[in-house]
Design a protein around this ligand. Sequence first.
Ligand SMILES: [Zn+2]
Length: 350
Amino acid sequence: MNQLITKSSQWRVNTAISARHYSVYIAVCLTTAFALTAPLISFAYGADNRAAYTTPYMPYKAFDKLKQKTEINIEGAELTIGYAPGQLTLPRQTIHNWLKNAAAIVSKYYGRYPVKNARILIVPAEGRGIKGGQAFGYKGAAIRLYIGQHTTIADLNRDWVAIHEMIHLALPSVATRHYWLSEGLAVYIESIARVQADDLKQETIWADFMRDMPKGLPRANDKGLDHTPSWGRRYWGGAMFCLLLDISIRQNTKNKMGLQTAMRGVLEAGGSMETQWSMSRIIAAADTATGTNSFRTLYQKMSAAPVSPDLKDLWQKLGISKGARGKAGIALNEQAPLAAIRRAILQPPG
Ligand SMILES: [Zn+2]
């Protein structure tokens, strides 16, 4: 779930964001930009009632009225795909294959697709590439994706937004102060799930984490994850929490379980974006699944205080270092104290 968390004048400030995750930021803002400029875009495209599909919230009624919709069955779930008015160069079959691939990656991580049915609204946009996405659950699981008119197959193959939004469907809707958990899980799990599905190399995600996770560290006046709704804390602070939680669960279970088991447990307990849960209910379901107190303990530590883990020390213990040729510039040390945990994070539960 995305929402506007900075003023438009601040969009350009954060130029240090990595290439692969840069669009998260843009996605959040563009969606709102679309909503604000919907009448103009609609005029530019000459499309009838396009504005109906770019409202801040999912236009369930307008979606349901769309005449041509495609149903895709995958992993026991049904995705209903509809298109808002507008032009797209890519054939719809190509877009459907891209969505199927994203659904397969997410299903592999969770053991199944997070919901039985999901509406997927494709909104053609200007330019090229995936321009943003949002996930909704209050009237049934739904995802809206903005796709640039001139998007190519290569753009789709590089994309992570569809996977990110599908991961959102697996967590119950939470209060705004906990959005760092939903965004953190989406950022972290997107990386892990894609490695597990052979969609990314492990060195790539460790390089990304090394480069980007420091953006999730607290700055001056930070009051902990629940009380500091900055972009960095929400996306990368949340992802850092997920990595620390994954490691903690593994340390408490002799490396037999991790975050993946915990989040499958939340899903199996009936949690999905179609439900609204308190944080304590999510924590209880996750900790029950792993038989640990890892989630509760880490949440108590990081939710209301500015905790700054020593990330450099963490990478060293995990056996990840910069400077190697090729392989995303990352060398992996299999003798490092937490190397077995690092390897296990990328192995789906047996
Ligand atoms: Zn998100």
